[in-house]
Design a protein around this ligand. Structure first.
Ligand SMILES: Nc1nc2c(ncn2[C@@H]2O[C@H](COP(=O)(O)OP(=O)(O)OP(=O)(O)O)[C@@H](O)[C@H]2O)c(=O)[nH]1
Ligand SMILES: [Zn+2]
Length: 201
């Protein structure tokens, strides 16, 4: 367990100024990955409010370029909408490609183009099928003074790992299923292989 502390909080107007977000950096993470916390105040705060939290793993192709091969960009947009409304945090984790990195993800995509599924492709590259450690997210939350969350996810592993690291996950809030002709197999494979709770139309 690392002892993270808050380094800096800076307001940044996002979405062309429509949404106010506070970007938060941390001291004490030896990985040097520069994970970022993003706080949204929310429109209607009540006293016993439990923050809505999204752990979002970096996806350059999806988050920045709106790749159709996954659902990351749409999930990030959805998270901004909902958390800006309800109040809470996005923890933007620099775990590109489920932790294997961008170049390796492109290698995995090349193998998927030959017919392998997303997890097989990682294994063929001798890389973990999911190399993410969400313990750092728990440490970030504790540094922010947050020990109780409503978690925006369809991935049971995220909730499990947060609980193991001392966070009380009081509710699992499902994200929408952003399906298209390119990412259907990717999404179905997550449901089949990793018990993601995805409801397809
Ligand atoms: N290795 C690999 N990584 C991928 C692939 N497609 C997307 N990713 C990565 O998967 C991650 C998506 O993570 P998230 O959306 O945070 O989480 P999730 O596990 O899908 O769970 P949810 O919270 O339900 O969305 C990002 O880091 C993407 O870069 C792929 O085909 N191979
Ligand atoms: Zn993606």
């Amino acid at each position: 367990m690392t002892d993270l502390t808050i380094k800096r909080r800076v307001m940044i107007p996002v979405r062309a100024g429509d949404v106010s977000a506070e970007f938060i950096s941390f001291d004490g993470d030896d990985s040097g990955k520069e994970h970022i916390g993003i706080f949204f105040e929310g429109q209607q705060q009540q006293e016993d409010h439990v923050p809505l939290v999204r752990l979002h793993s970096e996806c350059l192709t999806g988050d920045v370029f709106g790749s159709g091969r996954c659902d990351c960009g749409e999930q990030l947009d959805e998270a901004i909408d909902r958390i800006n409304e309800e109040g809470g945090y996005i923890l933007y984790l620099r775990q590109e490609g489920r932790g294997i990195g961008l170049y390796a993800k492109l290698e995995a995509y090349a193998l998927q183009d030959q017919g392998y599924d997303t997890y097989q492709a990682n294994e063929m590259l001798h890389l973990p099928d999911d190399g993410r450690d969400f313990g750092v997210a728990a440490d970030m939350l504790l540094a922010l003074g947050v020990s109780k969350v409503r978690l925006l996810t369809n991935n049971p592993d995220k909730a499990q790992q947060l609980k193991e690291h001392g966070i009380d996950v009081v509710e699992l809030v499902p994200t929408k299923v952003h399906v298209n002709q390119h990412n259907r197999q990717y999404l179905e494979t997550k449901a089949k292989r990793k018990q993601h709770t995805l409801k397809f139309d």
